[in-house]
Design a protein around this ligand. Structure first.
Ligand code: IDP
Ligand code: MG
Length: 238
């Protein structure tokens, strides 16, 4: 086997897997293709989603895919139905009733979108007070808890799940400090809000809360796993 083919295949696989810390298989009709990187011993040690539709529009990965196709059939595998998909980090983001009423939905969505994060779930919901109390359960001892839950349940909220490398921590950076008086200019709260009680947006503060909040607000079938065409321009090691 050509060592050049091996190098380019394993490099592509490494770069993809580095941005996909946890990976899992899933089945979907419209999936991207998957290819196996082949080790020097001829075994098949790992699979990598190549972020290219099986119809083959991906320029970036074309050379190593072509290389793999030239290998003996036993040494590679292209799967259409079952692929290894990169499972990226996800966070829960909500535009609170003040952000919705002030017409800031598109402004906020566009900041996450332009950064390069991917929207995988969105809905308009008026939470009940009971639901708001569940969402803010860790603040139940705070003096503002009751008013906060009244407020969150006072009108439509845009509930969203955003996906991308580092989205939990960086989502908080985009949002800014809890108190808009202390948020840096350039952040959502810094640019668009004035007081802590009306700071327009919520974002999960860590991996555990992200998981819990996504599960509280969304059913699994309301979230969509898909490949965005720009991913090959957003992710990659040099
Ligand atoms: P975070 O939204 O930045 O994560 P948390 O401390 O989790 O901030 O508080 C949740 C929400 O509770 C805040 O976004 C804000 O709307 C509200 N809140 C926090 N501190 C105060 C306060 O001192 N007075 C009134 N509301 C507050
Ligand atoms: Mg919080």
């Amino acid at each position: 086997m050509s060592s050049q083919i091996y190098r380019s295949a394993s490099k592509a696989a490494r770069s993809l897997l580095s941005s996909a810390k946890n990976a899992r298989f899933f089945s979907e009709g419209r999936t991207i293709g998957a290819a196996a990187a082949v080790s020097a011993s001829g075994k098949i040690p790992l699979y990598a989603s190549n972020f290219v539709r099986s119809s083959g529009s991906g320029v970036a990965s074309k050379s190593w895919i072509t290389g793999l196709l030239a290998l003996p059939a036993a040494a590679y595998m292209i799967q259409d139905q079952e692929v290894l998909a990169a499972e990226m980090e996800r966070t829960f983001i909500a535009i609170k009733p003040d952000g919705v009423q002030r017409g800031l939905i598109s402004e906020i969505v566009s900041r996450f979108e332009r950064k390069g994060f991917k929207l995988v779930g969105i809905k308009v919901i008026v939470p009940s007070k009971d639901f708001a109390q569940k969402h803010y359960h860790d603040l139940k001892e705070r003096p503002f808890f009751n008013g906060l839950c009244d407020f969150l349940s006072s009108g439509p909220v845009i509930a969203m799940v955003w996906e991308g490398e580092g989205v939990i921590r960086y989502g908080r950076k985009l949002i800014g400090a809890t108190d808009p008086q202390k948020s840096e200019p350039g952040t959502i709260r810094g640019d668009l809000a004035v007081t802590v009680g009306r700071n327009i947006i919520h974002g999960s503060d860590g991996p555990e809360t992200a998981k819990d909040e996504i599960n509280l607000w969304f059913k699994p079938q309301e979230l969509v796993s898909y490949t965005n065409n720009s991913e090959k321009w957003l992710y990659g090691d040099n």
